[in-house]
Design a binder for this molecule. Structure first.
Ligand SMILES: N[C@@H](CCC(=O)N[C@@H](CS)C(=O)NCC(=O)O)C(=O)O
Length: 214
């Protein structure tokens, strides 16, 4: 039985999971969902009840379920890592991804929806988020990708969130002086791998259709 991936096209956590599944050529049956109507099958197996979820084995006791996007990435790459995304240093990469997930993401959400967080201004939220962009810019001044001259787990786990940051106010981002981040983001967004991961699928609940991925 193939693993089942519950996914949502626009979710940056689901994007990073699909990117790792695609590069590692792990075939899954993808169930495209809508966040507002999560299927009962997903709610039944996932303690987190967030997207993405990878159900590795069915009818096992208990089911083997990965419901953290990073766990899915590391699982897929541990099965097959043809471009060596897990090197040079998984510990250091996880440290940077942690800042993305637990600090940058907090400010990104407030920057995206500043009207829902009137305690501070949009500019304030953007400035807080910019600390991480600045950190990425300094790393990318050293080499074209975050850890070396090759793509790694860190690049792929982080860039879907930077893509969101850039698109809140594209005109501002384009003139903000983060030239390395801009170039890095453009390269990753223009990749065939990303295009493969951003294909549109009908939602599973409405169509009943699972799709083969990648
Ligand atoms: N730590 C989780 C976070 C995943 C997450 O927060 N996903 C969002 C969608 S982008 C979600 O499912 N939110 C719950 C909801 O909107 O109901 C992971 O890395 O997989």
């Amino acid at each position: 039985m193939q693993p089942i991936l519950y996914s949502f096209r626009r979710c940056p956590y689901a994007m990073r999971a699909r990117l790792a599944l695609a590069i590692s050529e792990q075939s899954v049956r993808l169930r495209e969902i809508v966040l507002k109507h999560k299927p009962a099958e997903l709610l039944a197996i996932s303690p987190n009840k967030t997207i993405p979820v990878l159900q590795l084995a069915q009818q096992a006791t208990p089911d083997i379920v990965l419901d953290e996007s990073l766990e899915i990435m590391v699982w897929a790459l541990s099965e097959n890592d043809p471009e060596q995304w897990l090197s040079p240093s998984i510990e250091e990469m996880l440290e940077l991804i942690d800042i993305n997930d637990y600090e940058f993401k907090h400010w990104l959400d407030r920057y995206k929806y500043a009207d829902r967080h009137p305690e501070h201004t949009l500019d304030y939220y953007r400035q807080q988020a910019e600390e991480f962009i600045f950190l990425l810019e300094s790393r990318l001044n050293e080499h074209p990708y975050l850890f070396s001259d090759r793509i790694s787990l860190a690049d792929m786990a982080i860039f879907p969130f930077i893509r969101q940051f850039a698109s809140v106010d594209r005109a501002w981002f384009d003139q903000a002086g983060y030239e390395q981040v801009k170039q890095w983001l453009e390269t990753l967004m223009a990749s065939d791998l990303f295009a493969k991961c951003m294909k549109k699928y009908p939602t599973w609940l409405e169509s009943g259709e699972e799709v083969q991925f990648p």
